[in-house]
Design a protein around this ligand. Structure first.
Ligand code: NAG
Ligand code: NAG
Length: 297
């Protein structure tokens, strides 16, 4: 009796030691995908996407299940949400906030649990491009179990080219940076979503992320660290994108924390993962995949 108890105790001790080793893991890898899934009702916006939106949404979910991306940020996940979730198999998924006009279209699929999930509506919206039809904004979550505490922001900024749109987008960036400043000081942060902005735009405001210490893996890994020139003619970016060179509005931005260094190790547009069987696209946006390494300082 005594003997077996002490064996049990020492087995527990080993387990605790092992758990301690897991918690003390010093480095690791994960990937992040961002994808605007074009889930507006077909009657409002066909998103230049051939085929039936319900069928396409099921195919999007099936591709998410097949590729098993660690963290996926979706935008415009509105009226075909249930079809995506019917075929996706990620163990952790945010509940929908509703279709148009109730939801923000933002959802996250994850291989890790999250806490502290919030949705925030933009303070400002510009009436054209349908931005005020739905409560667009950003979502926030903490992933505590990836090996360190990671803060994630998913956003869908104001669309369009009018002065009012440019001002609204700038206000959106200010709002999300204020939230990061308030709740994510010193913590590793990834912002991924549809910024509706490009570095070549005359009224570009996503440059404020770089000023706040964020890196853009597309700039660092594809453009050799050189940001495209504000006001320059944009390189047209077809869908599916033939390579990683052209710029799109869908971005993954990140910064390290006080005790963890994040490094993007690869950047790719992955439209080939999200095609219909005849080669047509499933959304009017390209999906963006970034691989990360992390290491404790
Ligand atoms: C692929 O199939 C869809 C749905 O039937 C159709 O709308 C689209 O035109 C097809 N694309 C091509 C390249 O044939
Ligand atoms: C998330 O947490 C629940 C409850 O603790 C647990 O059962 C589940 O396995 C966790 N899932 C993942 C993917 O870690």
């Amino acid at each position: 009796m005594k003997f077996s108890t002490s064996v049990a105790r020492s087995a527990l001790g080993l387990q605790a030691l092992f758990a301690g080793l897991v918690v003390a893991q010093a480095s690791g890898k994960f990937d992040v995908l961002t994808y605007n899934v074009a889930g507006l009702p077909a009657v409002i916006n066909g998103n230049d996407e051939p085929g039936d939106k319900k069928t396409n949404a099921r195919l999007i979910g099936a591709a998410m299940a097949k590729e098993r991306f660690d963290i996926v940020h979706m935008q415009e996940d509105f009226n075909y949400h249930a079809y995506i979730y019917s075929t996706d198999t990620h163990p952790v998924r945010t509940p929908t906030s509703g279709g148009v006009p109730f939801g923000d279209g933002l959802n996250t699929l994850s291989n890790y649990n999250y806490t502290k999930f919030t949705r925030t509506t933009w303070k400002r919206c510009s009436l054209n491009s349908g931005d005020c039809l739905t409560p667009k904004g950003f979502s926030f979550m903490v992933i505590p179990t990836i090996g360190f505490e990671l803060h994630l922001y998913n956003l869908h900024s104001d669309a369009g080219d009018s002065d009012n749109d440019v001002a609204s987008r700038s206000s959106d960036v200010d709002q999300v940076l204020a939230a990061i400043n308030a709740q994510s000081q010193g913590v590793p942060v990834i912002v991924a979503g549809d910024t509706n902005d490009r570095y070549t735009n005359a009224g570009v405001s996503i440059t404020k992320f770089a000023q706040a210490g964020f890196k853009d893996p597309w700039v660092d890994l594809i453009k050799n660290g050189v940001y495209p020139t504000k006001g320059a003619t944009a390189d047209p970016c077809p869908n599916p994108a033939p390579n990683n060179e052209c710029e799109i509005v869908d971005k993954v931005l990140y910064r390290s924390g006080d005790s963890v260094t994040l490094t993007a190790t690869s950047f790719n547009y992955v439209p080939q993962d999200f095609l219909q069987s005849n080669g047509s696209v499933l959304s009017d946006h390209n999906p963006v995949l970034v691989n990360f390494d992390w290491v404790k300082k």
